[in-house]
Design a binder for this molecule. Structure first.
Ligand SMILES: [Zn+2]
Length: 319
């Protein structure tokens, strides 16, 4: 540091490639700036901004619909398999601890010594959760970006908004926005596409098989049976399948076809919809029915979501 005579010891979270320091061109990557930030729990971080060329990933010809759940972090459907990503246990524990610490803080006299101590504990725990969650979200978003060309998400965290517990709602909102932010910038880096479903598209209420809309479905109902086609739905799996179908429709520029043709055409798969232009899709889907499978969503059984090599890795449980 320019004004300090002594050196400051640092803890490296990530190695900096030595070649970066002396690199002079873009291909090698260049350090653009270094800054120091202080977090609310009085830790200092050294941020190194590096410029580097990123090559787009090869197409996988796969599309995914992602439904962000309440109990589970997310459910992914890719036309072939459905994956459940659980919220990591360490995170749930840390969140419980934060609630406890906040309760303790509320009992202390504001401005007192004990209050100050408790306040610091809350700040520290809060920062710990922010870091852990960010790390978890980075791992999940990276795996998803690697595996899929197109990723469909809802444009608003409706479930987070409905939850009434103040803190869990806050955490759900923050992590959902952070997850979307990561997906979006990584998609730009690696040449992937993020498709946001219309904010009013009822992904949980719509039967992914026949398109029936179940208006009676409340948030507490986890499983329901479609009265029209008799399919039994897991609420969140059904939502992820609908989002997947929106993605397929969006990519294929489908036009509405009469439902009759579907029986005679002999094709498999279900996609109700016509794709529309860029931006939000899905609001106008769900009425007519047709079947087509996008050539980009070939059923490749060899490709599975690769598991992450870390003890903190999210679990992809295939059903
Ligand atoms: Zn149905």
């Amino acid at each position: 540091m320019p004004k300090l005579k002594t050196k400051i010891p640092i803890k490296m979270h990530r190695d900096i490639d030595k070649s970066l320091i002396w690199a002079t061109n873009r291909e090698q990557g260049q350090i653009r700036s270094i800054s120091i930030t202080k977090t609310p729990d009085d830790r200092y971080y050294l941020n190194v901004l590096v410029r580097r060329e990123i090559k787009p990933l090869k197409p996988t010809n796969k599309t995914a619909g992602i439904d962000v759940g309440i109990k589970e972090f997310a459910i992914i459907h890719d036309g072939e398999s459905t994956y459940h990503i659980e919220n990591p246990k360490y995170l749930q524990k840390a969140e419980k601890k934060l609630i406890k610490l906040q309760r303790q803080l509320s009992r202390k006299q504001k401005g007192s010594k004990n209050w100050e101590k408790a306040r610091q504990k809350v700040a520290k725990q809060h920062q710990k959760i922010v870091n852990q969650r960010k790390d978890f979200l980075h791992k999940v978003s990276s795996v998803i970006i690697k595996q899929y060309d197109a990723i469909v998400v809802e444009s608003l965290n409706i479930k987070g908004m409905i939850q009434n517990q103040k803190l869990s709602k806050q955490i759900a909102d923050v992590s959902w926005y952070e997850f979307l932010r990561q997906l979006e910038y990584k998609a730009k880096w690696y040449g992937r596409q993020i498709i946001k479903a219309d904010r009013f598209y009822p992904s949980s209420k719509t039967c992914n098989v026949c398109g029936y809309k179940n208006d009676q479905l409340t948030l507490s109902v986890r499983k329901w049976q479609c009265p029209i086609c008799r399919t039994i739905h897991d609420r969140d799996e059904n939502a992820s399948k609908n989002l997947y179908q929106i993605g397929v429709a969006h990519l294929t520029n489908l036009r509405f076809e009469p439902a009759e043709r579907q029986r005679t055409s002999g094709r498999v798969g279900t996609t109700r919809a016509k794709a529309c232009g860029a931006g939000s899709v899905g609001g106008q889907l769900a009425s007519s029915q047709l079947t087509t499978r996008h050539p980009a969503v070939k059923q490749e059984t060899s490709q599975k979501l690769e598991s992450l090599q870390s003890e903190q890795a999210p679990q992809f449980i295939e059903e």
